[in-house]
Design a protein around this ligand. Structure first.
Ligand SMILES: Nc1ncnc2c1ncn2[C@@H]1O[C@H](COP(=O)(O)OP(=O)(O)O)[C@@H](O)[C@H]1O
Ligand SMILES: [Mg+2]
Length: 336
């Protein structure tokens, strides 16, 4: 029996590489392309404290899901060590798994021909709960999720949001102290997202004291919910801190957001400028130590466009991500 660890999750130097088979090509060009290796997780260290709500924030393809699967024993990493509540997942996988509940988004982890309730009964049996224990637990979960009335309907008749509620219930069936929630609000409409976020923060984390790792590519979600955030990009963690401390990493700490019809040239202003266009409207985010100092320059420089609005804001986690990686966090169709 190891010492009780203050660290609910401890991961050291996790590497997970996927091999992408080279394809044989015909016609012009080389006949065979080489096998490629994707370093999905490329040397990650992670320490999550007991009772912490910890975010893994990064764009699609950053390696979040792969990392979560490595933490949960669903995938075996090429190298590295993981322990959950002091249990090494290779030496003591059963004890580690008992401490863990996991939802991995995007996959069909439920049985669509079974009802919501029967799905949970099935998973309860897998975890060795007695029939009475299972019924009690499922009653509680169905009630708190607001699924009581539809619990006997097949999953295939549920909406995406309802299925996600069942997936989360599934992860909670054995009441584990540590939860890994992979993109818990992906593709949900706003009312379901709001419910799930509040349930994660208020019920699971604050009331029940569960340790939670949540992956997301929604910066607002990470910002609102998480005690600490690891920013992940291309298989690596590029920064770990509280949301507030991450935002302080930006050297100029005011942002002037200018919304224009058409394009303006703010490059001469000499500060970092990020632009985002959609349907003829461009939003520029101009970083400055003091926005007032650049206001008149901005107005002069925008003569070729029509300014629709100007706002002063503080840096967001998106700005932090751009500052650290040079890339953007979210796709254009992706705001929530
Ligand atoms: N089973 C797999 N086989 C091959 N490549 C994979 C597999 N799973 C993930 N990848 C690749 O690994 C990288 C990280 O993926 P993923 O962990 O799903 O990122 P995220 O969850 O942050 O979007 C991506 O380039 C993805 O295409
Ligand atoms: Mg993912």
């Amino acid at each position: 029996m190891g010492l009780k660890s203050e660290r609910a999750i401890l991961a050291q130097d996790i590497v997970k590489t996927f091999k992408k088979k080279g394809r044989r090509k015909y016609g012009i060009g080389p006949k065979i392309t080489r096998d490629e290796y994707i370093h999905a997780v490329n040397g990650v260290d992670l320490a999550v404290h007991e009772g912490e709500l910890f975010g893994l924030l990064g764009p699609n393809g950053a390696g979040k899901t792969t990392l979560v699967k490595c933490l949960s024993t669903l995938l075996l990493p090429n190298s590295g060590n993981v322990s959950i509540n002091g249990h090494d997942i290779v030496e003591d996988p059963i004890a580690a798994r008992e401490c863990l509940g996991i939802t991995t988004g995007g996959e069909r982890t439920l049985y669509w021909k079974l009802s919501g309730r029967d799905n949970l009964k099935y998973f309860a049996a897998l975890y060795g709960l007695s029939s009475e224990e299972a019924d009690k637990r499922i009653d509680y979960l169905m009630k708190i999720m607001g699924l009581e009335e539809r619990q006997h309907e097949r999953i295939e008749k549920y909406s995406t949001g309802m299925r996600q509620k069942v997936s989360i219930s599934r992860a909670l069936i054995h009441d584990p102290p540590v939860l890994l929630l992979d993109e818990p609000t992906l593709g949900l409409d706003p009312s379901f997202s709001r419910f799930i976020r509040s349930f994660i923060k208020k019920d699971l984390n604050q009331k029940q004291g569960k340790t939670i790792v949540l992956t997301t590519h929604y910066m607002d979600e990470a910002d609102q919910l998480c005690d600490r955030i690891a920013i992940m990009n291309e298989g690596k963690i590029v920064a770990v801190d509280t949301p507030e401390a991450l935002k302080r990493k930006i050297p100029q700490d005011e942002v002037l957001e200018v919304k224009c019809l058409g394009h303006a040239d703010f490059s001469g202003i000499g500060q970092r400028v990020y632009a985002d266009s959609a349907e003829g409207v461009t939003i520029y985010r101009i970083h400055a130590e003091n926005v007032e100092d650049i206001m008149s320059e901005v107005i002069q420089a925008s003569h070729s466009a029509r300014i629709l609005s100007m706002n002063v804001s503080k840096p967001t986690l998106e700005d932090v991500f751009i500052h650290l990686t040079g890339a953007r966090l979210t796709g254009e169709d992706d705001g929530q």
